[in-house]
Write a protein that binds this ligand. Structure first.
Ligand code: NAD
Length: 353
């Protein structure tokens, strides 16, 4: 029986990953370690509750004593590290949490793994993997052409991406200095079920349904490459099972869209599925607001390495993934209301005013 430690498993991508693993792998024990910040919710893991293969531990990845104890007790064969502060706008308002969790937290896990492996049997030493989940935002901003490859130099522009870049460097250093069997993935923007409604797609969807403004930053021409979250999770599983220690893999969806394209698509699908009472289009609710400070213009991923070396390609087209996502939110509005529990009101963050 293989034991897998998943940090941040109550968040958006982490909870999707837990669901995928429980569906695909029988011979597995999953331990989720999560602090349950505003972005982490046990409601996202309700389907796993009661499954004997799943255990939840409430705790902070920065708590060295807890993390060390967890490794000793559970003897995992791998860690998939999702836990992070993940919202760029929040990193503009309050970067300290990002430095703490994303840098110090990753450092705490690396140290715990280093000591755990030093005391482990040779078989664990040779099979163990530390998979660090990172973002394409570490590469900075692209002009109208070109793609991020694994060799693109780091040039982070927000406190969020700078903290993720720092954690990537630490992970890399632990491979070169201590021989830790690390793997790293840098992925583009994810969308799909269980995303906290501060991020573009669920935020716009809920605002649209409530007749609120749909605030598009700047002119809405910033481009992101969108990947359906389940595709990201299958890529992570492949990297975990077949990736080469010390290597990093870019993951992308081949779906470059401007933010305005995304909002238009969302409005058009809602016009069809949930028409406004006055018969007008949800596009009428779009408003253009002051741009995000340091807003990167374009991200685009060259994902040929993971395709060539591990055979992974995304299976969901944006056109189908967005419909699935909208259907999921329309069927799970009570989840949205439960997880926002009165603290978050979809107000503008990171405006520096
Ligand atoms: P999320 O904000 O939805 O979830 C983060 C989870 O981490 C939450 O459950 C939260 O409670 C937990 N957490 C935060 N601080 C913690 C701490 N100190 N100790 C333990 N748990 C803590 O994030 P997400 O969108 O699911 O992203 C997961 C990872 O993937 C992050 O590392 C992020 O940088 C990376 N990533 C995200 C995207 C994206 O589009 N969402 C794209 C590429 C990479």
């Amino acid at each position: 029986m293989k034991t897998l430690l998943v940090t941040g498993g109550a968040g958006f991508i982490g909870s999707n990953f837990v669901h995928l693993i429980l569906k695909q792998l029988q011979d597995i024990q999953i331990i989720v370690l999560d602090k349950l910040t505003y972005a982490g919710n046990l409601d996202s893991l309700l389907d796993a509750e009661g499954d004997p293969r799943y255990t939840f531990v409430h705790g902070d990845i920065c708590d060295a004593e807890l993390v060390t104890r967890l490794f000793k007790k559970q003897q995992p064969l791998a860690i998939v590290h999702f836990a992070a502060e993940s919202h760029v706008d929040r990193s503009i308002d309050g970067p300290a949490e990002f430095i703490q969790t994303n840098i110090n937290g990753t450092f705490t896990l690396l140290e715990a793994v280093r000591h755990y492996l030093a005391d482990s049997e040779d078989e664990v030493k040779s099979r163990f993997r530390f998979l660090h989940v990172s973002t394409d935002e570490v590469y900075g901003s692209l002009g109208p052409i070109g793609y991020f490859t694994e060799e693109t130099p780091y040039a982070p522009n927000s406190p969020y991406s700078a903290s993720k870049a720092s954690s990537d460097h630490l992970v890399r250093a632990y491979y070169h200095t201590y021989g830790l069997p690390v793997l790293m993935t840098n992925c583009s923007n994810n969308y799909g079920p269980y995303q906290f409604p501060e991020k573009l797609i669920p935020l716009m969807l809920l605002n649209a349904l409530e007749g609120k403004a749909l605030p598009v930053y700047g002119t809405g021409q910033n481009v992101r490459d969108w990947l359906y979250v389940e595709d990201h999770c299958t890529a992570i599983l492949q990297v975990l099972e077949k990736g080469t220690p010390g290597e990093k893999y870019n993951i992308g969806g081949h779906n470059e869209k401007t933010n305005l394209d995304i909002v238009h698509t969302l409005c058009d699908i809602l016009d069809f599925k949930k028409p406004r009472a006055d018969g007008k289009s949800y596009r009428e609710q779009i408003t253009f607001v002051k741009d995000r400070p340091g807003h990167d213009m374009r991200y685009a991923i060259n994902a040929s390495k993971i395709k060539k070396e591990l055979g992974w390609i995304p299976s969901e087209a944006f056109e189908t993934g967005i419909v699935k996502t909208i259907d999921w939110y329309l069927n799970n509005l009570d989840w949205c209301h439960r997880i926002t529990d009165g603290n978050y009101h979809r107000k503008r963050l990171g405006n520096l005013e």
